[in-house]
Design a binder for this molecule. Structure first.
Ligand code: DQA
Length: 142
């Protein structure tokens, strides 16, 4: 089982700044995740929250809940959440950080990820394909 976590505002995909994030909705992203999971032979559980603490608690519990890896798009928390950084460090699973947009090609504040230091790796700017590649990485790593 792989856990895919989506942070603040990602539930607004499709309606939110379509020129940056595209027109695919969050529900459609979740359908892709499920389809890719079936194709790759792994259950993918997708959860979204606008609350930092919920994301922290899901990360803390992921190993005990039976997940083998985490794909995380922390949204704007990427750029300032030391709680998420510590949560990633406090648990044993590999975390792949994914961003739909290229965070290095946007406003300067987005070019720094606080959470990346604890991630196995980061994929940024490849749209929803970034999630697919992250799933493949986590499966091949084991
Ligand atoms: C994002 C990039 C962040 O800077 C932004 O705050 C988001 C989405 C992305 O997927 O490109 O909410 O993580």
């Amino acid at each position: 089982m792989i856990l895919v976590l989506h942070g603040p505002n990602l539930n607004m995909l499709g309606r939110r700044e379509p020129e940056v994030y595209g027109t695919l909705t969050f529900e459609e992203l979740e359908e892709h995740l499920e389809a890719w999971g079936s194709e790759l032979g792994v259950s993918v559980v997708s959860r979204q929250s606008n609350h930092e603490g919920s994301l922290v608690e899901w990360i803390q519990r992921a190993s005990d809940d039976g997940f083998r890896g985490i794909v995380l798009n922390p949204g704007a928390l990427t750029h300032y959440s030391y709680s998420l950084l510590d949560a990633i460090r406090s648990q044993p699973l590999p975390v792949v950080e994914v961003h739909l947009s290229n965070i290095y090609a946007r406003e300067p504040f987005r070019a720094h990820s606080v959470t990346a230091a604890a991630a196995a790796g980061v994929i940024s700017g490849l749209g929803i394909l970034g999630y697919r590649y992250a799933l493949e990485y986590l499966l091949q790593r084991h």
